[in-house]
Design a protein around this ligand. Structure first.
Ligand code: F6P
Length: 365
């Protein structure tokens, strides 16, 4: 039996682990795996311009430790979904038809789509025209309601934590304040876990409305206590006066978030008089080798996808639930964004150990 695999959207540490897991489990069943290059674009292969290669346990040996993806990925392109009538996503008919033709020509009995909510929505569109799709959720943002954790998230948290350790020593030497911007889009998970792990004094996330005067209050307090360095972690999706800061206007797909650390650093330096620098961790959070948790989760996702194919569970996506790999319909998986609950025990405990979220509720000093 022949099956295909592709990854789409932004890359994420652990993608290669998923590929290796899927190839291993497929090969154990005697199946052949085709890996499409550059996300869904690979489906637009023609006999004159093939954009795939066969994946074997030999050519995927130990790729689980590698960052990025051996197949390449694209998050804008021919499959960029556009909102049509009634907000329904639409992909051009000729693009859908060409994809179907490729799957048929290569005799694929299933196609594994590794991607975030946008890519899973595209997968669902392909499913609607009869392609046998199985999904694997992917994002460093950890914002998919379907699964307890997405692979790549804990690697990103670990990068944030490591970098806060580094920034702290230079901030301490210079008696400076550092404002560190992290990824996560509309979810504050990376800032929350990375900030707690890296000892941030203030964590600003999209889910908790913050006030400048509350941050200043906390900073003044720390200054009065004689703390030399002050670390503020801010999610790229945190809002100023209810507005997102973006790097460009919406073109194809989603806006690029960014700019809040620079904005806050100027404001806070002016108000507090403390020399302040900002640092945008950016794509460093997505690059490099996945940490062990993400390697394990990645290979498990790949193996589970093969099991779903064997059971004929098309239109389903794999998910992690209480350390078990389970599955659920793709539609259900992309329906809810998994956001931080500002009143959760985790946030309360962070406040308990002295972290401010820039809101007016109390934190221990
Ligand atoms: O969704 C993952 C993510 O890394 C977000 O955290 C970030 O906003 C976005 O992708 C960046 O995308 P790009 O690679 O297109 O700049």
């Amino acid at each position: 039996m022949n099956i295909g695999i592709l990854n789409a959207g932004g890359d994420c540490p652990g993608l290669n682990a998923v590929i290796e897991g899927a190839v291993g489990a497929a090969s154990a069943r005697g199946w052949k795996v085709i890996g499409f290059y550059d996300g869904f674009e690979g489906l637009l292969s023609t006999p004159d311009n093939e954009r795939w290669r066969e994946l074997t346990p030999e050519n995927c040996h130990n790729i689980r430790s590698m960052g990025g993806t051996i197949l390449g990925t694209v998050n804008k392109g021919n499959f960029t979904v556009k909102s049509g009538v009634g907000g329904r996503m639409q992909i051009a008919d000729e693009v859908l038809a060409a994809s179907k033709a490729t799957v048929e020509r290569l005799g694929l009995k299933a196609l594994i789509v590794v991607g975030g909510d946008g890519s899973q929505t595209i997968g669902n569109e392909l499913r609607a025209i009869g392609l046998p799709i199985v999904g694997v959720p992917k994002t460093i943002d950890n914002d998919l309601g379907a699964t307890d954790y997405t692979f790549g998230f804990w690697t990103a948290v670990s990068v944030v934590s490591d970098n806060l350790d580094r920034l702290r020593t230079t901030a301490d030497s210079h008696k400076r304040m550092m404002v560190v911007e992290v990824m996560g889009r509309h979810a504050g998970w990376i800032a929350l876990y990375g900030g707690i792990a890296g000892g941030a004094d203030v964590i600003l996330i999209p889910e908790i409305e913050f006030k400048l005067e509350e941050i200043v209050k906390k900073v003044e307090l720390l200054k009065a206590l004689g703390q030399r360095e002050i670390i503020i972690v801010v999610s790229e999706g945190a809002k100023i006066g209810g507005k997102l800061l973006t790097l460009d206007e919406e073109t194809k797909g989603e806006v690029r978030l960014g700019g809040i650390a620079s904005f806050l650093s100027t404001k806070l330096e002016t108000i507090t008089g403390i020399e302040t620098r900002y640092c945008v961790l950016g794509h460093i959070q997505r690059g490099g080798s996945p940490i062990p948790f993400d390697r394990v989760l990645g290979v498990r996702c790949g193996a589970k996808a093969i099991e779903l194919i064997e059971q004929g569970k098309f239109g389903e996506t794999v998910a992690l639930h209480r350390n078990d790999m389970v599955s659920m319909p793709i539609e259900e998986a992309v329906r809810t964004l998994h956001l931080v609950d500002g009143e959760s025990q985790l946030v309360e405990q962070a406040k308990e150990i002295g972290i401010s979220f820039g809101d007016s509720t109390t934190y221990r000093i």
